[in-house]
Design a protein around this ligand. Structure first.
Ligand SMILES: Cc1cc2nc3c(=O)[nH]c(=O)nc-3n(C[C@H](O)[C@H](O)[C@H](O)COP(=O)(O)OP(=O)(O)OC[C@H]3O[C@@H](n4cnc5c(N)ncnc54)[C@H](O)[C@@H]3O)c2cc1C
Ligand code: FES
Length: 257
């Protein structure tokens, strides 16, 4: 069931130049939220941004009825959101989409850029099941891997940076931890990264889920602007995803874009 709620901004943290986090308090009780589900955020007071913006649920504190979002400033909507202040309201439609399965016993979570956001809640869900995931986070430089220390509570964290400023130098798929005895891979981040991870998983026969970040408008399967050409036909990423089993995405993996 979807909800529309005004949350209260309890905290706002700037994380380097590009990222910030918003801690949001629900006025009542949060419904159950799966790792990989997302919210559609209303951007108020900005005439140029009419549509809500899709943002993954980064963290959930069910006892305190708190959600956290991790947001990269890329355009008008996210810049407007970055100017919100503690105590203001933020209207969300949530929880949207289908999340990750949380099924592996030896999972590898691979994130890049803003795609690391949903992996935090996912790592916590694994920990709640007594499973310690390997978490491989990548970015061009260490400043572009926000909240990296926090992941350490929930798994074994490894880093890959293109400039070598943190962890191993290179792409996540070149990291020594990328190849291991994993029984599940979950990934979210830039499309070329997810395709490389997905192709590897398919080739090795490792179950793999990717979280697609297609452009969205309605977020509920009504406008068809987010469709992905899956092996089972065109699917709305907002409703049937954003998390898909990579075995359903061989057309997407083969497409050059
Ligand atoms: C399911 C889902 C979950 C997401 N989770 C997060 C998250 O947790 N944190 C986060 O920072 N971002 C997340 N995104 C991406 C986020 O929605 C976009 O960055 C945001 O909508 C851009 O809005 P804007 O008004 O700032 O930028 P715009 O002015 O609309 O666009 C600025 C630039 O960003 C590009 N852009 C816009 N939307 C997307 C998109 N969906 N994917 C890639 N490029 C885009 C545009 O092409 C343009 O180049 C998610 C997207 C989806 C679909
Ligand atoms: S965003 Fe409208 S159908 Fe997916």
């Amino acid at each position: 069931m979807k909800h529309i709620t005004d949350f209260i901004i309890e905290n706002r943290v700037q994380l380097g130049e590009q990222y910030f986090s918003l801690t949001l308090r629900h006025p009542g009780q949060l419904p159950p939220i799966a790792a990989g589900q997302f919210v559609e955020v209303e951007v108020r007071h900005c005439r140029e941004v009419l549509l809500r913006r899709p943002i993954s649920i980064h963290d959930v504190d069910a006892e305190r009825n708190i959600l956290t979002l991790l947001i990269q400033i890329v355009g008008k909507g996210t810049r407007q959101l970055s100017e919100l202040k503690v105590g203001e309201e933020l209207n969300l439609v949530y929880p949207l989409g289908h999340g990750f399965g949380v099924e592996g016993k030896r999972p590898l979570l691979v994130g890049g850029g803003a795609g690391i956001a949903p992996l935090f809640h996912l790592a916590k869900c694994y920990q709640a099941k007594g499973v310690v995931p390997t978490i491989l986070l990548g970015g061009r430089t260490k400043e572009l891997i926000p909240v990296r220390e926090a992941f350490g509570q929930y798994g074994k964290v490894c880093y890959a940076t293109e400039d070598g400023s943190l962890g191993e130098k290179g792409l996540v798929t070149q990291h020594t931890a990328f190849v291991g005895d994993y029984d599940q891979i979950c990934t979210c981040g830039p499309t070329p990264m997810m395709k490389a991870v997905g192709r590897y998983a398919l080739e090795k026969g490792i179950p793999c889920e990717v979280s697609l970040e297609n452009m969205m408008a309605c977020g509920i399967g009504a406008c068809l602007c987010c469709v992905c050409d899956t092996d089972e036909g065109h699917k709305c990423v907002c409703k049937e995803g954003p998390v898909f089993d990579v075995r359903r995405l061989t057309k997407w993996l083969e497409a050059t874009k």
